[in-house]
Design a protein around this ligand. Structure first.
Ligand code: KG4
Ligand code: ZN
Length: 336
């Protein structure tokens, strides 16, 4: 079975061909980071325009690198939700036209389900059910992966996502967009105990997150230092931010695992590339004797292979769409 996956929900135009659910035949990613860097974040209209310019070339390269003709494909999978609406519409319209003209089934994929599926590409033995922490620029979720296509969200952020918190703290420290990776690098040289930052509890749900207090605390700390003319060591502050975020994500995931009886845990989303988060969750799982899975680093960020992989499982489960498929900016995983 050969599935083409197309991803355009944010600032990466990506396409990939995946064979038999888990083997990557090609994976092409065209990133727009350099362009959005000038503005300190993703500018939605620019993102849509770049997707529009790049998508044909990216898909063509993915087919060529896999040495696959359109006629060889079993289906065309595409991210249809959630994400920037103008960005999603480019991928959805393109995939729809491609599938309809080639007479192939069209398979809708939820972006977060795609992130979770990046683990199947890395770990051939991983099968549901398991508990997955998904932390990205737009989401922080603890999800029960009940089957390849059924999910239950047991925890979510009440405000900022973990990646958003990394990026906003990074910006306040003067790092370029997207700042998560710069905080990660600086943290390697810093002392995680140098600053005491808030570990926010969320009233009413023990598995929900809140990161906006941490962000505000960091911004205030930097602002006060600037007013007093004192120097803040960015490595120490980065290490403190990283260990706080990694600590909160790990603590809540482990609590949920215990409460719900999961001994198999996975990590996914852009923030799964963070060395502190990877280490904290893997150590906590090792201590408990739980199995732990995380995507290889190249599959943590947005890519087409994760969409093709999840698209394969959706296709096998009979999840297809017709020409009325539309893009959706906000959509819970439980509504797919
Ligand atoms: O999954 P993703 O590529 O896009 C969304 O679906 O949102 O996640 C991007 C997020 C950004 O906030 C980025 O800063 C963060 O993942 N990120 C990291 C690291 N690499 C990417 N955050 C912390 N440390 C990293 N090494
Ligand atoms: Zn993503």
């Amino acid at each position: 079975m050969l599935i083409l996956g197309i991803e355009s929900s944010c600032d990466e135009t990506a396409a990939s061909v995946v064979k038999d659910c888990r083997t990557i035949c090609s994976s092409v990613i065209s990133t727009q980071i350099e362009e959005h860097k000038k503005y300190g974040g993703v500018v939605p209209e620019i993102a849509s325009r770049r997707h529009c310019e790049n998508i044909l070339g990216v898909v063509r390269s993915a087919l060529e690198q896999a040495d696959v003709e359109l006629s060889d494909l079993d289906a065309v999978a595409v991210t249809y939700a959630p994400g920037l609406i103008g960005a999603l519409l480019v991928g959805v319209s393109f995939a729809k036209a491609l599938a309809m003209s080639a007479g192939k089934p069209l398979v809708p994929v939820h972006h977060i389900a795609g992130h979770i599926a990046s683990n199947y590409l890395t770990h051939p033995g991983l099968e549901p059910p398991y508990l997955c922490l998904v932390a990205s620029g737009g989401h922080s979720h603890i999800i029960e992966v009940l089957s390849y296509t059924k999910f239950r969200v047991v925890g979510r952020t009440r405000d900022d996502a973990a990646g958003e918190c990394f990026d906003k703290c990074a910006r306040a420290m003067g790092f370029p967009y997207p700042g998560g990776v710069h905080v990660d690098r600086a943290a390697q040289e810093g002392d995680p105990k140098a600053f005491r930052l808030p570990h926010p509890a969320v009233a009413g749900s023990e598995f929900d997150f809140s990161f906006s207090g941490l962000k505000t605390n960091v911004i205030n700390l930097l602002h006060n230092a600037e007013q007093k003319g004192t120097e803040i060591n960015r490595n120490d502050l980065s290490a403190s931010i990283q260990s706080t975020i990694a600590g909160v994500l790990t603590e809540k995931t482990m609590k949920a695992a215990e409460a719900l009886g999961y001994e198999r845990i996975a990590l996914a989303g852009g923030v799964s590339a963070n060395s502190g988060v990877r280490a904290a969750l893997s150590e906590a799982c090792a201590k408990k004797g739980y199995e732990f899975f995380m995507p290889e680093k190249s599959l943590c960020g947005d890519n087409g292979a994760m969409i093709a992989c999840q698209g394969s499982y959706n296709f096998l489960a009979g999840i297809t769409a017709d020409e009325s498929l539309n893009a959706i900016a906000t959509l819970s995983m439980e509504d797919i």
